[in-house]
Design a binder for this molecule. Structure first.
Ligand code: UDP
Length: 508
């Protein structure tokens, strides 16, 4: 008797830790969930990426049903965005991904020639829509794994639809005081908070519009969220999808999908330096429950010298114990990610470390083992850039956030947390944080404002209670019978059902 063919899925995540961690965890979840599945994950590595997902250990698998293929980098690998002709980071990312297309095609072709597996579909994320062409060439459906939330997904569809179907030039929203009615939000959305990349006239705006046009051609969109968190947004997207008029594919809320090991015992991929990890954890072990404020701003978060000093003053005068992940901006125009300071004293106010760290009041670190830190009972508040993974991690761990969004769609995430869901304290919603590309001070936030945000997030009992309730709901969502568990099962059935329909009856 010949063995039944496994149903193979190819995953193509965008490079960047915020995309890779949740993709790898989703892949493991699918494999554990259904023994008919096997998965190939195609990994692209950004030049000069030193975050934990750039190392091979992030891609270990204990089953032959998961295969990681590290795609060779195109040569020469671009390293500067201000090359000729000048490019934005976003253009760079799109070009970088696009340049892997031939390799992707080769891998997919190999899989289709295999006798042991049957290719059922390709799952791409946000910036990889160019790979939908490859799926089409091989006649298999594409799915999207959207690593941000449902409200933002709806917002992007809405902007694209305004531009394409309602004769609205969305670039006019750039720096405008307008407010938008967006179906996935219950409150009017201030145009000031819209993701600037989408509104970039003649620049990345057209790239983003193309993404959401392409999304409408896919078979379904898995979203790293859960029904209990974004009930309004998910309901609204599902209604649009079932109406059929908008070509919004079926939405599968399957999260929160995170790399957090229970019990705060480490083992997360983001924990890559044992000595530093142990030092942080043992310091946290010595602190009372919910007493430490944690500051961390994602893989690209960094500040100019003056802003660093304002944060330091705020921490000192708040009187709270702190754990601060502080990283150095990359050189202007480079596509490198921020690095740890070799000596943070160079940038901190004089005597700061002595007065705080020296007295056991805090710790200044570089890259943080964030998932383990948030899981530690000593952590009582989180000043966060509101990247979607960080947002989900804070909810999963029940740690309230003070919002300080910096780039990408983070202002919208912050707006959703504060205004839509009442799950975070507003430290700032509209900080202009494009300093990633210039270490100039783009909107300096003063120590008093930062201090007030820190005090609030450490004290607000109401928000803490709501976050703890949402923590319980997030865990139930992922358990057998929970909303995300059911939704993932539905996606698997839809995929396998379609794959079986696609099989040609052999001649004779
Ligand atoms: N992260 C971390 N240590 C850091 C910065 C980030 O472990 O010092 C992890 C964080 O826990 C999250 C991911 O990197 O899982 C960042 O994803 P997110 O979507 O929050 O932000 P992005 O980096 O994509 O802006």
């Amino acid at each position: 008797r010949t063995k039944m063919k496994e149903t193979e899925i190819v995953f193509i995540p965008s490079p960047g830790i915020g995309h890779l961690i949740s993709t790898v965890e989703l892949v493991k979840l699918l494999i554990n969930r259904d023994e008919r599945l096997s998965i190939t994950v195609l990994i692209m590595k950004l030049p000069n990426d030193s975050t934990p997902t750039s190392s091979a250990s992030a891609y270990e698998s204990d089953t032959a049903r998961i295969r990681f293929v590290h795609l060779p980098n195109p040569t020469p690998t671009p390293t500067q965005v201000d090359s000729e002709p000048p490019k934005s980071l976003r253009h760079f990312l799109f070009d970088f991904i696009h340049s892997h297309k031939t390799h992707v095609r080769d891998v997919v072709a190999d899989i289709t020639r295999s006798h042991s597996v049957r290719l059922a579909g390709v799952v791409i994320d946000m910036f990889c829509t160019t790979m939908i062409d490859v799926a089409n060439e091989f006649g298999v459906p594409s799915f999207v794994f959207f690593t941000s939330g449902a409200a933002v997904l709806g917002l992007m569809f809405h902007l694209q639809s305004l531009q394409d179907h309602q004769n609205q030039d969305i670039t006019e929203f750039h720096d405008s005081d307008a407010e938008l009615l967006v179906p996935t939000f219950t409150n009017p959305v201030p145009a000031k908070l819209l993701p600037s990349g989408m509104l970039d006239k003649g620049g990345s705006g057209t790239l983003f519009l193309a993404i959401f046009r392409k999304f409408r051609e896919t078979k379904g969109i898995l979203v790293n969220t859960f029904a209990e968190l974004e009930s309004h947004a998910i309901r609204s997207l599902s209604t649009l999808s079932s109406d059929g008029d908008d070509n919004i594919p079926p939405i599968y809320p399957v999260g929160p999908i995170l790399n957090i090991k229970e019990g705060g015992c480490g083992g997360e991929v983001t924990h890559n330096n044992q000595e530093q990890y142990d030092a942080i954890m043992s310091w946290l072990d010595d602190q009372p429950p919910s007493s430490v404020v944690f500051l961390c701003f994602g893989s690209k978060g960094c500040f100019g010298d003056n802003q660093v000093k304002e944060i330091a003053h705020a921490l000192e005068s708040s009187g709270h114990c702190f754990l601060w992940s502080l990283r150095r901006p990359p050189p202007k125009g480079s596509v490198d990610l921020p690095q740890d300071y070799s000596n943070p004293e160079d940038v901190l106010p004089e005597g700061f470390l002595e007065r705080t760290v020296g007295k056991g009041m805090g710790k200044v670190i570089g890259w943080a083992p964030q998932a383990a830190v948030l899981s530690h009972p000593a952590v009582g508040g989180f000043v966060s850039h509101c990247g979607w993974n960080s947002t989900l991690e804070s909810i999963w761990c029940g740690v309230p956030v003070a919002t300080w969004p910096l780039y990408a769609e983070q202002q919208m995430n912050a707006f959703e947390l504060v205004r839509e869901l009442g799950l975070a304290v507003e430290l700032k919603l509209d900080y202009r944080g494009d300093f990633f590309w210039s270490s100039d001070e783009v909107g300096l936030l003063r120590a008093e404002e930062i201090e007030s945000g820190i005090r609030q997030v450490m004290m607000d009992g109401e928000i803490r209670k709501k976050v703890k309730e949402m923590k319980e709901k997030s865990r139930v969502a992922m358990m057998e019978g929970g909303s995300s568990y059911i939704s993932l099962g539905r996606m698997i059935e839809d995929l396998i059902h379609d794959a079986l329909q696609n099989i040609q009856t052999p001649p004779g």
